[in-house]
Design a protein around this ligand. Structure first.
Ligand code: FES
Length: 110
């Protein structure tokens, strides 16, 4: 894997998000209340809402537009809603957030 350093964990508040613009599209990187990081496509599959502006609770995010809830772990819509967003491997090392750059490229090419 080829890991891309996108910034310090402490740059993102707990239950906050940062938008990472890649040449392949926008990826929302979330920090949960228990200091884990997750990366998913920013665009809600319902009507394109910006998930990076959603509300994080547990390991899920609620879309700011129509309140669909997505698992940050699987990208799957929760409850009665159907749909999913792409997820990307993300990890924290030495206080830095790393994203799998190869996966970003492959995801866009698919
Ligand atoms: S655009 Fe996200 S729930 Fe409608």
């Amino acid at each position: 894997m080829s890991w891309l350093d996108i910034g310090a964990l402490n740059d993102i508040p707990q239950r906050g998000a940062r938008l990472v613009k890649t040449v392949h599209g926008c990826v929302a990187v979330f920090r949960t209340g228990d200091d884990q990081v997750f990366a998913i496509d920013d665009r809600c599959p319902h009507k394109g809402g910006p998930l990076s502006e959603g509300i994080v609770h547990g390991h899920s995010v609620t879309c700011p537009l129509h309140n669909w809830v997505f698992s940050l772990e699987t990208g799957m819509a929760q409850g009665a809603d159907e749909g999913a967003v792409a997820t990307y491997p993300a990890r924290v090392e030495g206080g830095r957030i790393l994203l799998d750059a190869k996966r970003l490229i492959r995801g866009a090419a698919a």
